[in-house]
Design a binder for this molecule. Sequence first.
Ligand SMILES: [Zn+2]
Length: 175
Amino acid sequence: MKEINRCRYCKSTRVKARAFTSTGRQKIFCHDCKKVSLLPVGNRLPSACSVYRSGTCRDAEAWSFPVVQTEARECLKIANANGGVPAMRTTIAISSKQLRELQKFSNLHPELHANINRAIEFRQKVLAAFNVLAEESETAITPCEEKPFTREEIAGLAHLLSPEQFAIEMEKATR
Ligand SMILES: [Zn+2]
């Protein structure tokens, strides 16, 4: 441990990480004099994040991602059943506010940097795949443009049409 990660009061190295201040400086608790002091700007003790440290968030689980296509398909199923495509798009996308928070978190925890980037990349890939799937399914349910009848065809159907319908269909028909 570096000299600077010592208790500010008694210089003990028997310290543990506490939360960060709003300006990003890490608080440390001294086991010897029981005082809390701040580390210099940019310094941190390893595994300072309480969630990470307490083991509620295990590496393998927290940072493993499903297959992009599978995830995108599941999202489309959910969107079609409930909420719709635009709402799901917003859910998948990372907002600029979320991105800023992730960047802040990532700066405080360099050991998580690569994983956080992977998570961001995953969401972006899912969104791209989702957009493709959503577009495909939209195309699939859009009825094909009806091919107009020719006059000859309408003449052949004349016995099925009322005189008014016959006149309307003849008017629409290709010449
Ligand atoms: Zn101390």
